[in-house]
Design a binder for this molecule. Structure first.
Ligand SMILES: NC(=O)c1ccc[n+]([C@@H]2O[C@H](COP(=O)([O-])OP(=O)(O)OC[C@H]3O[C@@H](n4cnc5c(N)ncnc54)[C@H](OP(=O)(O)O)[C@@H]3O)[C@@H](O)[C@H]2O)c1
Length: 268
C-alpha cells in the first residue's frame, strides 16, 4: 500500500451496500482491503477498482463468524498505519421464531453482527485515535428501532450496533478525538440480502426500496455533517421518528400486527 493514500477496510464487500461503498471509497481516493467469504467476487471488484481508480486493493477472504478467520482481518487492521476508514457491514437476515429456528444461525448472526463489529472496531479505533483521524461506520438497520416476532436476533443485534456506536461516539467526544463513528440505518435496500433470506420483494411497495448507492451517499453526507445515526431516505426518517415517539405498549401493538399482515418474513 502507498503512504499517500488513506486505507479503508470494508466487510461484506462482495455484494450490495459493501460493494457500493467500496466503489465510492475508491473513487474518493482510498486504497482498500475488501473482506467477505467469496474470494472470486472480491478479486473481481479489486481489479475493477484498481483499473478504474488506480487504487491499491487487497482481497482478504474471511468468514467473520469464525475466530480463526476473523483474527487475520483484525491483525491486518492493527498494522495499517494509514487506516482511515472501517465499514462494518457484513450481515444477513433470518426469519422464523427464535425458539424454532436453528440455534446455529442465531449464534452465527451474533458472531457476525456483534462480535466481528466489536473486535474490528477495537482494532481500528486503536489505530485511528493514535493518529487522530478516521471514521468507523457500522451498518445497522431501521430494525434497530423496533422489534417484531420472527426476527428477534436480527432486531436485537442491530439495536446493539446502535447502542455500541452511540457509546463510542460519547467516548470519542469526551476525549475530544476527531475520530468519527456512525450507525448507518437503512430501510429496504435492493441488494442480495433478501435473496439470501428467501424474502419475496413484492411484499414491499416499490416506493420503499432504496438503492445501495443512495444508502452510501447518505452515509457520506452524514460523515461530513458529523451525524451519529444516519437513516437514509425521508420515508425512513419519518418511520424512525414515529417509532421513537411511540410509547412502548403502542410499539408492541404495531410489532404484533406485522406477522399477520405481512407474513413472518417481513422486516425492515
Ligand atoms: N438490504 C437491506 O434491505 C438492508 C436493510 C437494512 C440493513 N441492511 C444491512 O446492510 C448490511 C449489508 O447487507 P446487504 O443488503 O448489502 O446484503 P448482501 O447484498 O447480501 O451483502 C451481504 C454481505 O455480507 C457478507 N457476509 C455475509 N456473511 C458473512 C460472513 N459470515 N463473513 C463475511 N462476510 C459475510 C456477504 O459476502 P459473502 O457471502 O461473500 O461472505 C456480502 O458481501 C447488512 O449488515 C444488513 O443487515 C440491509
Amino acid at each position: 500500500m502507498t503512504d499517500s493514500r488513506p486505507l479503508a477496510v470494508v466487510t461484506g464487500a462482495s455484494a450490495g451496500i459493501g460493494a457500493a461503498y467500496a466503489r465510492r471509497l475508491a473513487a474518493d481516493g482510498y486504497d482498500l482491503v475488501l473482506v467477505a467469504r467469496r474470494r472470486d467476487r472480491l478479486e473481481a471488484l479489486a481489479s475493477e477498482l484498481a483499473s478504474r481508480h488506480g487504487a491499491e486493493v487487497e482481497a482478504l477472504p474471511a468468514d467473520l463468524t469464525q475466530d480463526a478467520e476473523l483474527k487475520p482481518v483484525e491483525d491486518r487492521i492493527a498494522r495499517a498505519d494509514n487506516l482511515e476508514f472501517l465499514l462494518n457491514n457484513a450481515g444477513f437476515g433470518t426469519s422464523g421464531l427464535f425458539y424454532e429456528a436453528s440455534l446455529e444461525s442465531q449464534v452465527a448472526m451474533h458472531r457476525l453482527h456483534v462480535m466481528a463489529t466489536l473486535r474490528l472496531t477495537h482494532a481500528a479505533l486503536r489505530q485511528m485515535t493514535a493518529h487522530g483521524k478516521g471514521a468507523v461506520v457500522n451498518v445497522s438497520s431501521v430494525a434497530a428501532f423496533i422489534t417484531r416476532p420472527g426476527n428477534t436476533s436480527y432486531y436485537a443485534s442491530k439495536a446493539w450496533i446502535n447502542f455500541f456506536t452511540e457509546g463510542l461516539y460519547l467516548e470519542l467526544k469526551a476525549a475530544r478525538s476527531p475520530v468519527q463513528v456512525q450507525a448507518l440505518c437503512p430501510g429496504y435496500t435492493r441488494t442480495e440480502f433478501h435473496d439470501v433470506m428467501g424474502f419475496d420483494r413484492k411484499l414491499v411497495p416499490a416506493s420503499l426500496w432504496m438503492t445501495a448507492e443512495e444508502v452510501v451517499e447518505a452515509s457520506r453526507r452524514g460523515l461530513t455533517r458529523g451525524r451519529l445515526i444516519v437513516v437514509p431516505g425521508w420515508r425512513y426518517k419519518l418511520v424512525v421518528l414515529f417509532l421513537r415517539l411511540l410509547p412502548r405498549p403502542l410499539l408492541h401493538a404495531v410489532a404484533r400486527l406485522s406477522p399477520s399482515r405481512f407474513g413472518p418474513q417481513t422486516r425492515l
